[in-house]
Design a protein around this ligand. Structure first.
Ligand SMILES: [Fe+2]
Ligand SMILES: [Fe+2]
Length: 311
């Protein structure tokens, strides 16, 4: 049987576009995740790409799990490109005398831009799409390996001609599961998030949902800034669920505007000129969360809640 796929390349100009963003798929992918990606595509068939914020599968070395992931996405993956951040589960558990590293399936399966730091080719990269720069980082890498990404990111954001900026990586700046805290990621990334007024930070790893901002500022918090216009999201698309807490947000001067647990979700983002609109929907398509960002000609942002009032 032959399969033919039609796809559209990006415009070299600023034009309206849209994309899907999902958190961890990871487990029981055919059983429980396939419906999520199908519903996302049904709601937004014109989506130009899909952002996956890591943990696509549970075992990076498991060929059959990658098989499930590609099967679940099916022909959608043939038509809509993926932008993928490496999660901890994309890292190999098989050591075989070599250092533990990114899954051997990563590079053969995906073709990402080779514009990142040389040693992190295709797991750290950026994509420019019709007025938006999407930067993908690998937050599994810490210490000097994270420092190298930060230095690179500073340059990539300093020379960014796009109106919109999105960061995606796996480990959230503000954790949402009890006992979790990615302090090094937060300490190193937040200065750049604020310096460049990043619009969206799209993350995974904590297997629940939170969307919020740095709002500050009460005495005694470790808040890093008195003002921030960046929206941070943690989401989950697969069936594995963790308990939820706002503690790590509260402790660091950030505020959760909308959250839930035990709910598979997908997100739809539409961009048209100075306006970005965001929706989070449950696996069955119900609208769960929403907001809009409007940019004034001077570059100021106005953020409007559009989430359903009855939740
Ligand atoms: Fe994870
Ligand atoms: Fe995960």
């Amino acid at each position: 049987m032959e399969w033919w796929f039609e796809f559209e390349t990006a415009s070299d100009k600023e034009e309206p576009f849209s994309f899907v963003y999902v958190g961890d798929a990871q487990n029981d992918i055919k059983e429980h995740w396939s419906r999520v990606i199908r519903n996302a595509y049904s709601d937004l068939p014109e989506a130009d790409f899909i952002i996956h914020a890591g943990d696509l599968i549970n075992h990076g070395d498991a060929d059959e799990q990658w098989g499930e992931w590609f099967h679940a996405g099916g022909w959608i993956n043939g038509m809509v490109p993926s932008i993928v951040a490496a999660g901890n589960h994309e890292y190999s558990k098989i050591v075989q005398g070599a250092p533990r590293g990114l899954s051997q399936y990563w590079q053969p399966q995906f073709a990402f831009p080779e514009n990142g730091p040389a040693e992190f080719k295709e797991n750290v990269y950026y994509t420019d799409y019709q007025g938006m720069r999407i930067v993908t980082l690998d937050t599994n890498l810490r210490g000097t390996e994270l420092d190298k990404q930060i230095t690179w990111l500073d340059g990539v954001l300093a020379n960014n001609p796009n109106k919109w900026t999105v960061l995606t990586f796996h480990h959230p700046i503000f954790a949402t599961s009890p006992g979790r805290d990615n302090k090094e990621v937060r300490d190193k990334l937040m200065p750049l998030v604020e310096k460049y007024s990043v619009d969206l930070v799209l993350q995974g790893h904590d297997h629940n949902y939170a969307r919020g901002m740095v709002t500050n500022v009460s005495e005694g918090t470790n808040a890093m800034s008195e003002k921030s216009d960046t929206v941070f999201v943690v989401s989950v698309s697969g069936p594995k669920m963790y308990d939820f807490t706002t503690k790590n947000w509260d402790d660091n001067g950030a505020e959760v505007k909308k959250s839930t647990k035990n709910t598979q979700l997908y997100q739809l983002v539409r961009v048209n000129g100075n306006k970005l609109s965001y929706e989070a929907r449950t696996a069955t398509g119900e609208l769960f969360d929403g907001f809009e960002i409007n940019k004034t000609p001077s570059g100021e942002k106005q953020i409007k809640e559009t989430k359903p009032a009855n939740q």
